[in-house]
Design a protein around this ligand. Structure first.
Ligand SMILES: [Zn+2]
Length: 78
């Protein structure tokens, strides 16, 4: 009941995700998968999100996405 109300007010809260799917090479057509090579799908609304296997977390917000890209750049520079 509460969660339905939240859905209406704020849109999908992505409460459940599929198992992470890893794509390789040319199969990286999804913008979500392009970031980490792995993505999950929200089982409620079907939206795709990049998934970080190292940190075992879903990257949902633009801020997290920027942070992830920044940390990748740091690794490549080192
Ligand atoms: Zn969702």
């Amino acid at each position: 009941m509460m969660s339905k109300l939240v859905d209406v007010l704020f849109g999908c809260t992505h409460p459940r995700y599929s198992f992470p799917v890893t794509l390789r090479g040319a199969a990286r057509r999804s913008p979500a998968a392009a970031l980490t090579g792995t993505y999950v799908v929200c089982l409620e609304c079907g939206k795709e999100f990049p998934y970080d296997w190292q940190q075992m977390k879903v990257i949902t917000s633009p801020a997290e996405r920027r942070q992830y890209v920044a940390s990748l750049a740091t690794k490549q520079a080192a």
